[in-house]
Design a protein around this ligand. Structure first.
Ligand code: 5GP
Ligand code: MG
Ligand code: MG
Length: 179
């Protein structure tokens, strides 16, 4: 275990098993269709990489990078696009892939933004769901795990850009968050 980690919330094998299940579910739901996964950088990268290897219909992927306006203040749900999709998504079956849904504001913006581009369908897949802090209702079609209201890192999720490479989901020691 990494020395900065206080406790592991989700072990690597639990996560892998759940991602296999999500992949099977998506495979069943998208029979006869192609999928375009839209990964939200950077947090969803690890999850997306594992997820697509468990899907058995043609799966393409593209990425967006977004950042909340006015970091450090209360999230308004208005996000700035740092990197946009490479191509048009008109007529495509989109699955937005997120690392975690917290207030739901980022996802709400993303869903509206993607829908405005004329896709055939839009669904949402997130590794983690923290329902306690939800401010807006956003439909989640595929959810890996519900977790309590704690700040977590690992499996793509960061604290100040660190700890994304941890192969599990963990809570850091309080002194790490304070420094
Ligand atoms: P929302 O707009 O739903 O409040 O925030 C979503 C984004 O906030 C996530 O994509 C993620 O970047 C960040 N976030 C929310 N909760 C956590 C957490 O527990 N750990 C980390 N590392 N990021 C989080
Ligand atoms: Mg995210
Ligand atoms: Mg982050």
């Amino acid at each position: 275990m990494h020395p900065h980690v206080e406790k592991i919330l989700l072990e690597e094998n639990q996560i892998n098993e759940r991602i296999q299940q999500l992949g099977q579910q998506i495979t069943q739901d998208y029979q006869g269709k192609d999928i375009l996964m839209v990964g939200i950088l950077k947090g969803a990268m690890i999850f997306l990489a594992d997820l697509v290897r468990n899907i058995e219909v043609p799966t393409f992927f593209d990425f967006m990078a977004v950042s909340s306006y006015g970091a450090g203040t209360v999230s308004s749900g208005v996000v700035r696009i740092l990197k946009d999709l490479d191509k048009s998504i008109e007529g495509k079956h989109i699955i937005i892939v997120e690392d975690i849904v917290d207030t739901g504001l980022t996802l709400q913006y993303m869903v509206e933004n993607i829908k405005s581009r004329g896709p055939a369908s839009v669904k949402v897949c997130t590794l983690l769901d923290k329902p306690d802090r939800r401010k807006v209702e956003v439909p989640i079609d595929y959810n890996g795990f519900q977790i309590p209201d704690e700040f977590v890192v690992g499996f793509g999720l960061d604290y100040n850009e660190r700890y994304r490479n941890l192969p599990y989901i963990a809570v850091l020691k309080p002194e790490i968050y304070q420094s």
